[in-house]
Design a protein around this ligand. Structure first.
Ligand SMILES: O=C(O)c1ccc([N+](=O)[O-])cc1C(=O)O
Length: 441
């Protein structure tokens, strides 16, 4: 991977001694910047004290209930720079028996005076993805001076080989030109300008799939946020006109919404997981929140990943995607730290004039048109569990580009009549895969 010089780790839960142990022994004294959101930072300052090479940066969280949820590594090597965007906390159990998601960038070369002054925005005929500019904008949003060195280091490298789009969230009441930079409105902007469904596709027939490991308070009815504002963004495409308006508005005034299918572990999925009910400690859906939104269950599907052998590796990954009616194609897929919450994605306020986001989040969006292997295609072929037909088993589908292996099985598995969504602060008394019961305090 390269000769590491220094690194930065952005995360939510950080076990510093364990983290340093994960670096090669000869690299454990390299400069390490840890970006966290622990406002009562006595513990992490105490943990960092024995390590003179570790510098801490506390992200501002001035809006209630916000968290520093972003999970990213910046790795500076003698040979270049690498960016890693992922979903795992920097604690042992997140890297043991769970299903996580990760994007590892190519090794970005330093820009040098001898490098031909090729535009950074065009590589192999690819379109600009704006990744570098968006990453710098994200780091700028932290404020203060503690990230200046890393902003300069990123500026000094050529990131044009990044064939993904950055979809990030930063806390704030974003208005005007700032609104489309963050959260679900950034995704709406990108999808409505850069993602088109295949010719002849009926947008309202292409479901949106959301998969996540926690849920926030979404309102007393799905129409308050989930199937209006949020689904409008995730069902945007250049084939729909939701984006043409200056002011964000819901598709209900324009198009029929597509089906929404959500994947969230059932109690039984957690009970039978490798970790048993302990897995549920990282799936913090609160019973009192669930009780306020019983409608959510109507959208829910089980966590199932037989294709990758990960059905029992509880999900901590978060993915969102748009699929064809037969679930053999995908128009896009997003891997992100965002769970299903307004805090992460943002919620429109003041008659749609501001987008309120509470947390830091970061993810990467894969579009077929951004991938060299599927440029010119409007969809990825999806490796599916369908027993027959073009997507099963083959390396690619004739006429379609890159083949996508999703973290979960397609087609989706609905909840059974008996299934309930996992909630972490309720008793679960049927013995789990380890013979334990779950009786939270
Ligand atoms: O990723 C998650 O599912 C998650 C959910 C909630 C919180 N939280 O409430 O701070 C943290 C995390 C985390 O693991 O980062």
């Amino acid at each position: 991977m390269g000769d590491l010089v220094c690194s930065a780790q952005f995360n939510y839960l950080i076990d510093l001694p364990w983290l340093l142990q994960q670096y090669p022994p000869e690299k454990r004294k390299c400069p390490l910047l840890v970006v966290h959101g622990d406002q009562k930072d006595a513990n992490i300052r105490k943990a960092a004290a024995p390590y003179p090479n570790v510098t801490l940066f506390k992200a501002r969280l001035e809006i209630m209930f916000g968290t520093h949820h972003s999970k990213m590594m910046l790795l500076a090597y003698r040979e270049g720079l690498r960016v890693v965007i992922h979903t795992a906390n920097l604690i042992p159990k997140d890297w043991d028996q769970k299903t996580q998601g990760v994007w590892v960038s190519p090794l970005f070369p330093a820009k040098s005076s001898v490098t031909p002054s090729k535009s950074e925005t065009v590589v192999n005929g690819g379109k600009e993805t704006g990744f570098k500019q968006d990453l710098l904008e994200y780091l700028k949003a932290y404020g203060g001076r503690g990230l200046e060195e890393w902003k300069q280091r990123i500026s000094d490298h050529d990131l044009s080989a990044a064939r993904v789009r950055l979809i990030a969230s930063v806390p704030g009441a974003h208005t005007g030109g700032e609104m489309n930079k963050w959260g679900h409105l950034k995704l709406r902007k990108v999808l409505s300008t850069c993602s088109s469904l295949p010719c002849g596709a009926t947008p309202s027939d292409w479901p949106v799939i959301g998969q996540f490991s926690s849920v926030g308070s979404l309102g007393p009815a799905p129409s308050q946020w989930l199937t209006s504002e949020w689904l409008t963004s995730l069902s945007s495409s250049s084939s729909s006109s939701a984006s043409s308006s200056k002011k964000p508005r819901t598709l209900t005034t324009q198009h029929k919404m597509p089906p929404l299918k959500l994947i969230f572990p059932s109690v039984e999925n957690v009970r039978t997981s490798l970790e048993g009910y302990m897995a549920g400690g990282s799936i913090p859906y609160a019973a009192n929140t669930a009780a306020k939104q019983p409608y959510l269950r109507d959208f829910l599907h089980q966590w199932r990943a037989e294709e990758t052998g990960r059905t029992r590796a509880a999900p901590h990954v978060k993915t969102y995607m748009r699929v064809s009616p037969d679930q053999r194609e995908a128009a896009w897929i997003l891997i992100t730290s965002c769970n299903l919450s307004k805090a992460a994605w943002g919620a429109l306020e003041k008659k749609g004039s501001q987008l309120k986001i509470r947390s830091y989040e970061i993810g990467v969006l894969f579009l077929p048109s951004d991938q060299e292997t599927s440029a010119g295609h409007t969809s990825f072929s999806v490796a599916t569990m369908h027993p027959h037909g073009p997507g099963a088993g083959s390396s690619s589908v004739p006429g379609m580009g890159m083949r996508l292996v999703t973290p979960f099985d397609l087609p989706l598995t609905p909840y059974t009549r008996e299934d309930q969504p996992w909630v972490w602060n309720a008793r679960h008394m049927k013995p789990d895969s380890k013979g334990n019961v779950w009786t939270p305090p």
